[in-house]
Write a protein that binds this ligand. Sequence first.
Ligand code: BMP
Length: 213
Amino acid sequence: MDSKLVIALDVFDADFAVYFARMIGREIFAIKINWPLVMVRGASIISELSQYSRVICDLKIADIPNTNRLIAEKVAENGAWGVISHAFAGSDSLKAVVEAAKNVKVFSVVAMSHPGSGDLISGSLEDLVRISIEADVYGLIAPGNDLDMLKRVKKMAPGMKILSPGIGAQGGSASLAILNGSDYVIVGRSVYDDPDPLMKAREFNREISNIKH
Ligand code: BMP
């Protein structure tokens, strides 16, 4: 299905995650999983969920090149569609992820959606985008609840896919994010905590399906 919606499934209950993916997988672009599910179920949760949806494995990889390579290889082995890495560990570390991930799409974090990103990360935006372009990543993570930041990222890397969290629970609007440069929005709690997650996901799809930037 042609959706711009990525659902972040930040839960510990792997059985719920599989049930959820089966219910919603066809309606969305991808499911993004993070440490909570990988910690309880292991990397095999990637292949379990991949039966129902593309899976983006958000491990925010940020180590030396050798460790990054090991993590990215395991993610690829389990059939992820995408993986998220930090860029701040430097070009050699990010390049190691890109090499080891092979056909898995690598997204690197260049700006974040929480207030603390202003302490350090926001001040390094230019460098983080440059490191990401040099490493030849597929896409960037940039906040959907900070439209100025999002526009700056889009301007610096016009050809790259932008994936944006910060929607709903963190105050951002899905349609404004897409209008201002995001290709896909990431929504977690606003969907999986809703009494009717499927209906909520469909609402988000309707909101953004016809918006272009
Ligand atoms: P929620 O919609 O529940 O706030 O979830 C947002 C998701 O996006 C979480 O999985 C979080 O780890 C991720 N994320 C974020 O919120 N801000 C960022 O800057 C980068 C992220 O990956």
